[in-house]
Ligand binder design. Structure first.
Ligand code: COA
Length: 238
């Protein structure tokens, strides 16, 4: 994904980490270059739109404004450019957004556990560059920076591509059924500090999901009149 400005002062090297302060090139401290911050906002907004389109979402879940109002972290991967076959100003390959959320999650025995895992919230590699290992490079960079085991992550509404990605690269192929949009895998609860355990939490968390073969869940039989959980608002503490 190319932009009509030089990406080097905006994103820096290959990996750029952006938090709610939206600092160009991820550099700490105040920036005196308002134009760079505006360009960073443009990059984030365009990436968010492209990701939403790729996933068939009605609206982007990633934007500069949303970044400012949440404590999320955005990992951006770029092609620095320069070589003869590459765009002279560089290009953005994709991004990964993560953040901590308080969630009610079911363990294998069906007990509800309140915990606050690092969640994968959005993930996108440009269409022309998918299946070239860029997603894995970005994911690995995030795992190292956040010092987290992939089994400890909660994934917000993963696409089939992402489920395949997690299976292939991290051996995550046995989801623990949930009643919300999040997917977790075996190993999620091992040695994790839990905030609270509840045998029977309030509706709608007390509903047992029907688990499809692909690991996704459907509402329990006879509960189809129940209002569905709001899109991406199933976490607590927001
Ligand atoms: N169809 C099926 N699986 C795919 C796929 C596709 N079009 N693209 C990637 N994958 C999975 C496969 O397991 C693939 O391995 P394979 O080629 O041996 O089958 C593996 O990912 C490739 O790994 P890698 O090249 O490191 O991943 P990537 O750079 O393609 O990035 C995604 C993975 C999911 C970020 C990328 O495919 C993407 O942006 N998809 C569209 C947006 C999306 O679905 N995001 C997830 C948000 S929930």
């Amino acid at each position: 994904m190319e932009f009509p400005f030089d990406l080097t002062p905006v994103l820096g090297d290959r990996f750029c980490v952006v938090d709610q302060h939206l600092r160009p090139a991820g550099r700490p401290g105040p920036t005196h270059r308002g134009d760079l911050q505006q360009q960073l906002r443009t990059v984030i907004d365009e990436l968010g739109k492209a990701s939403a389109k790729a996933q068939g979402l009605p609206a982007p879940v990633t934007s500069a404004a949303r970044m400012e109002s949440n404590r999320h972290v955005l990992y951006i991967l770029r092609d620095p450019g320069g070589a003869a076959h590459r765009p002279p100003r560089g290009a953005v390959i994709g991004f990964l957004k993560v953040g901590y959320k308080k969630l009610f999650l079911l363990d294998r025995t069906g007990v509800h556990v309140e915990s606050e895992p690092l969640c994968v919230l959005d993930f996108y590699i440009h269409e022309s560059l998918q299946r070239h290992g860029h997603g894995r490079a970005l994911f690995q960079h995030m795992l190292q920076s956040e010092r987290v085991d992939p089994r400890r992550l909660a994934i917000d509404r993963p696409s089939q591509k992402l489920l395949g990605f997690l299976r292939k690269h991290y051996g995550l192929d046995d989801p623990i059924p949930q009643v919300n949009n999040f997917v977790i895998f075996e190993g999620f609860f091992s040695n994790r500090p839990v905030l609270r355990e509840e045998a029977e939490p309030p509706w709608p968390f007390n509903l047992r999901p029907f688990v499809r073969r692909d690991g996704r869940t459907e509402p329990p039989a006879g509960q189809t009149d129940a209002p569905p959980p709001p899109r991406r608002a199933s976490s607590l503490g927001r």
